[in-house]
Design a protein around this ligand. Sequence first.
Ligand code: DAH
Length: 329
Amino acid sequence: MENQINNVVNQFEQDLKEVKDLKQLEEIRIKFFSRNGLFAKLFDDFKKLPKEEKPKYGQLLNSVKKESQQKFDELKKKLSGQAQKYEKFIDLSLPGRKHTIGSKHILIQTIEEISDIFKGLGFSIYVGPELESDANNFEALNFPDDHPARDMQDTFFVNENFLLRTHTSPVQIRLMKEKQPPIRAIMPGKVYRNEAISAKSYCLFHQIEGLYVDTDVTFAELKGTLVYFAKMLFGENVKYRFRSSFFPFTEPSAEVDIWWQPKGKEGRWLEILGCGMVDPNVLENVGIDSEKYTGYAFGMGVERMAMLKYGINDIRVFFDNDFRFLSQF
Ligand code: DAH
């Protein structure tokens, strides 16, 4: 019996030395410790021993099995630790995973660029809602009842009295109703028009409105401000002109054109904004004394500015969400 026990123990130690991973260790568990394993067999043989030999071998058998089991457990612990370490191992030589970081939309960038120019001149930022009353969008701005801009074709009416604003000019009205002069602010935001969609027009676009109301505001100041703005946005050498125009809410009114010279093509004048002296009727409509105060206003399309600045020739690309376009800016 003693020989048998020694044989199994030796074999166990020998086998254990050769184990390299958990899979091989499992084979050893089956070979020695399972129900039909070699230790179980020793116990079977032990049962057949004569009674007087039992105490001696019983003790021996129990202690070698316990010792072997301990050695087995230790090795198992060691190997599992290594396996875990291996799983956590990071190969620092692998190329990193790329994350695409979003960026500001080109229209937001353009609004910010324009806002910064006016902020430098002391203008603050004011915003109004996109759902607007007919009263603010048209009436207070001196649009006669039969003005074509009130036509259903141009305006998305929500009901008889409310609409999606067709321009940012109603924000002027809101601001003047809220605050007495001096007022100096720009008002960026989305506007809506019920127009056929093409490369040139879209049902949604952005405008920036400007308003300055105080005692003794003059057309010369308006000109100076807008020329400064055009130079900041399009460069010191920009060629510009003021052309007389008409808007219901300004008198006199003008439009500003800049000379556009694409490479290898014929140059031409392009309108960049509308402006004028706030019509006294408008001031009276919001409760500002038009004898005491004068003001100027202007309004420009943001898409228009971005298209000129970056040579974009289709307004629809701003709203397509095409990554190939957006990621250029
Ligand atoms: N609201 C005009 C439009 O949408 C633009 C405009 C022109 C705004 C002249 C003004 C202005 O404030 O003075 O076409």
